[in-house]
Design a protein around this ligand. Sequence first.
Ligand SMILES: [Zn+2]
Ligand SMILES: [Zn+2]
Length: 184
Amino acid sequence: MDWFHCSKCFTKRGSSFAVTSCGHICCEACIISNECSVCGASCCYLTISDEMKPQEKVFFKEPLKLMQSRLEHISQIAVFQQKQMERIIIHLRHMTVELERRLKELTDKGYRQLSELRRENDVLKKHILELKKENAELKKPLSQRRVSPGHLHIDGGQRMTLPVAITSPVTPHSRTGRCVFHSF
Ligand SMILES: [Zn+2]
Ligand SMILES: [Zn+2]
């Protein structure tokens, strides 16, 4: 570590160094009890060793390595999250396929029902038309009705007129009557 040295005497050699709470590094020889030998502030000393806490050790690591390490960690986090996302995407694709299948099924069913209803509607329209014709026919006066063969006239009209037609030859002026007078 090129940057590492005692902030007071600038030595790089020595087995024991300490860092102050005010941020200065001191070799063993430069340490003064309860006071920073560099800036004179009252401080406490922390011995630089492997026993330090991770958040303390990190200040003595190379930034480039720290960045690589952090990047690897960040990359692991990104891969982890991406895998979760991939599972969601696969799930959503399955759901999309299933929903499309159900939609097609319902659409086909809807078209079939529509077609059946149209056919039924056509039949009902024809039926209504027939009923309207029948209704209009029933509203006409009796004499204007269309006659079904030998129905109305036989029952009503012809029976009333027939006696007249039959009785007219049998009048006193008939041939039969005259014959009777001549022969007498
Ligand atoms: Zn020193
Ligand atoms: Zn200091």
